[in-house]
Structure formats: structure tokens, C-alpha cells
Design a binder for this molecule. Sequence first.
Ligand SMILES: C[S@@+](CC[C@H](N)C(=O)[O-])C[C@H]1O[C@@H](n2cnc3c(N)ncnc32)[C@H](O)[C@@H]1O
Length: 361
Amino acid sequence: MMRPMMDTAIEVVDQWEPDARAVLAPGDCLETLRTMPDGSAKLIITSPPYNVGKAYEKQTELHRYIDALLPIIDELVRVLSPTGSLCWQVGNYVEDGEVFPLDIFFYPVFAARGLHLRNRVVWHFDHGLHASKRFSGRYETLLWFTKDKDYTFHLDPIRVPSKYPGKTNYKPGDKYGLPSGNPLGKNPSDFWKTLEEDWESLVWEIPNVKANHPEKTIHPCQFPIELVERCVLAMTDAEDWVLDPFAGVGSAVVAALRNGRRGIGCERDESYLHLATERVQALARGTMPYRPLGKLVHKPTGREKVAQVPKEWMVVGEASVAKTGALSAAAEARADATITSLQEELWPAQPLLFGELDTGR
Ligand SMILES: C[S@@+](CC[C@H](N)C(=O)[O-])C[C@H]1O[C@@H](n2cnc3c(N)ncnc32)[C@H](O)[C@@H]1O
């Protein structure tokens, strides 16, 4: 049930103003960034455009793409607060089936500007394109840098339930026999697939925003709001500015506003910017579709048709179902039994694959 998040409409302005709550600036982000004071953004979280273009010299093209972003990156480092964080979320650039993990190319750019890498977060999702000549890509990365060694990081608001909350200290001493964990939960780690809730033994994850995701808009690769929220809650305080220079449909701005922060997004595509403004207003009305942080991902029960091995793939007796096109009742029952035992054998045995290439986003 969606409840109103705010009492009144949120005023959205189109250029940087220190007292604004929400800025959605049209045009090239470089122009807006140049109007922002040094150190004004506590969190910069963004997914830069991947449009590297067609290339015959891939590495050269890639470096050209990164070089084109350098003036923007210089401005981002300038406007980043001394205790602030920059989260740079990227996947792979793929050309002729060859994979170029963009975080590898961006890391030296930020390191050369004095930023300190705190985590390389792997964001795993289950859906995407199916590759045929390499492993299907099911993760992207988020490079979390801070400007200094002293930085804001609040662990408590983003803790997730411990797997074994009943664990106790076993070493002799004052704490022997007492609970060893934190009652607020554990650190969510740098692998953002599973936020395990032990008492229900269920797996939680942050799905990417695909067709049936409640937040889906026309944007091809928008951030799930909950992914940004984890960074907002951990790396900022109330009233701080959260900046997304490549705002798309404004997911970072919405995540900031939902949590009592200020949000500024730049976007040069008018239709995305318009949608971003609508999402902010819908947030104020309490009608913005939103998938809450930590909500369970739908898991098939096995009874859904799409979760079952098609009978056409089964061989019953000498004849394959694909060939006969129809099954007798007895053959169908045998096929059902075989399918069930195959499912039991195959699916639980699938290892949790992790570390695949490419992205489906
Ligand atoms: C990967 S998408 C970001 C999507 C965003 N995270 C969201 O949740 O909707 C990159 C966006 O940057 C925009 N863009 C690219 N270059 C830009 C620039 N120089 N200034 C402003 N926006 C830009 C593109 O139009 C695109 O919508």
C-alpha cells in the first residue's frame, strides 16, 4: 500500500540553488557542474553513458570515450565534499564479443585524482541477455571512492539480518556465551545479491530494473532506487546533497528525497528529464511505484508453467515428445515423474555462479 511520503508537492528547480531541495537540470551536466561550489555534494552516485561507439581500434576508442568524460570527472572531484563519496557504477563495454570491464579502465582515472577506493561492489542480477559464445553477463560493479581518509559511513541503517544471530562467543573470557553478533544485523558486504534473512531462510536481492519491475520507465538502464538508497543511507546525512550528473529518469534524486536528503540530477534527454520530474512529484503524492529496500525477490514455486522443464525436451521410451507432438496419459505421467526428479536433481545442484562477464542491462 503506497502511503504519501511528503505532505506537499516538491518544488523542482532547473539549476543549482543552495537552498533548493530538488534540482533537475537540463542539458550537458558540465554546464551545471560549473555552477556548483567546491565540496557541495556529499554523495555523487552515477552510471555514466556507455555509448563508446563502433570501433575498429577498440582500445583507442575506449580511451577516447574516457578522455571525453575527463572534464566532467574533474568537475565531479571538485564539487565532491571533503568527507564525501563518489559511486561510479559501470558494466562492460563489448565489441565483437570482446569484453572490456569499464571499472578497470576508470579506476586509474579516479586514483590519479587522489580519490581512495573503499569498495568495488559487485551487483549481481539474475536477468539479461543470454550469450552463446561466452558466459552470460550477470553482474556490474560499483566503484566506491572517498575524497579523503576521513569520510561519512553509517553502517547501522544498512545492516542486513545476520545468518546466525544465535551465535555466541566461545573463547574463554568476559563475553563467553554471550551473543557475538550485532542485534541490528550484519554488514551487507561488497556483493549485492543476497541480503539473507536467516529466520525465514530466504534469499533477498536487488533486481535490475526490467520489464516487470514496478519502477520500470522507458529508460533502458535505470538504477533500482533501493541500490541508490543503500549508498544514500550509508554515505550521507539528512539535508546533504546527492548528485547524479547522468540522471536519466532521476532514480538517484528520488532516492535522496525519499530519505530527507537534497537531490540534484543533470540530464540532456528531455523526455527522461520530464519523467524524472514526474517521478519526483509522484513521490510527493505517494504514488511513485517503488520496490522497497530488501523486499523479497519473487521466487518461482516450481508449479508455474515457465518454471517447468518443457515436455517437448523429454524423451519418453523410444520416441521424443518433440517428434510425436502429443503424449498418451501414461506417457505424460511418466514424463511428469521424470521431469520432477530431473528438476530435483538439476536445479538444487546448480552452483551460484558468480563472476560472469558482460551485463544484461
Ligand atoms: C546510464 S544512463 C543513467 C540512468 C540513470 N542512472 C537512471 O536511473 O535513470 C546515462 C544517462 O546520461 C545521460 N547523459 C549522457 N551524457 C550526458 C551529459 N553530458 N550531460 C547530461 N546527461 C547526459 C543520457 O541521456 C542517459 O540518460
